[in-house]
Design a protein around this ligand. Structure first.
Ligand SMILES: [Fe+2]
Ligand SMILES: [Fe+2]
Length: 204
């Protein structure tokens, strides 16, 4: 799917379907992080109004997702709780930073491309989760994941296009090559996590 190098194994969807409460709690945190990550990019790049507006819109959409997942948590009598350790995103950022980038490509390109990969992986997993949901799963959950699958696919493309725009359209090929590097590292993170422990988390 998209640029993903390593497909999620079937054991992930099985683990997720067995513990939907854990998936929902983790998912709520993912949406909150997606919103705050978009806004942190706005804080660092206030001079680029196209970027500011696109990312603010994206953050608003992620907050809407967060509010909806939190409503499902409340219906199920769950609490949000403290954020789990996000090994996936931390490892992805660390690995990408280690692969040298053309000095002329702005640093923000990497942050946008990492954002793109996180969206792509969420999108893939929402689709797998939808297929694995038990027959008695609440209708609102099914509707939410159907909608989010499409939204995260759109966010993936939005982040890639923002990266191209920041670098300059004439450097699209370079940004796309960098996207391949980020995708390769993301695949390694997913493989490493699957080897250690398959957890009922969106990116675990
Ligand atoms: Fe989202
Ligand atoms: Fe998203």
């Amino acid at each position: 799917m998209f640029c993903l190098r390593v497909p999620t194994g079937p054991e992930w969807a099985r683990a997720a379907a067995l513990d939907l409460d854990a998936v929902l709690v983790d998912h709520a945190h993912c949406e909150m992080k997606a919103a705050s990550n978009a806004m942190s990019l706005v804080v660092r790049h206030p001079g680029d109004m196209h970027l500011v507006r696109e990312l603010a819109e994206l953050a608003r959409e992620e907050m809407d997702h967060f509010v909806r997942v939190v409503a499902i948590l409340a219906e199920r009598g769950l609490v949000l709780g403290p954020p789990p350790v996000d090994t996936y995103a931390a490892e992805l950022r660390r690995r990408v930073a280690e692969v040298s980038r053309a000095a002329s490509l702005p640093v923000i390109v990497d942050r946008l491309l990492v954002g793109a990969l996180i969206e792509a992986r969420s999108c893939e997993r929402f689709k797998l989760l939808l297929a694995a949901l038990p027959d008695d799963a609440p209708a609102d959950m099914r509707a939410l994941y159907t909608e989010l699958f499409a939204a995260e696919a759109r966010h993936y493309r939005a982040y890639v296009e923002l990266a191209v725009r920041v670098a300059g359209e004439s450097r699209r090929a370079e940004v796309e090559a960098r996207l391949e590097v980020v995708a390769e590292q993301e695949g390694k993170v997913v493989e490493a996590l699957a080897r250690t422990e398959v957890r009922a988390t969106i990116h675990g």
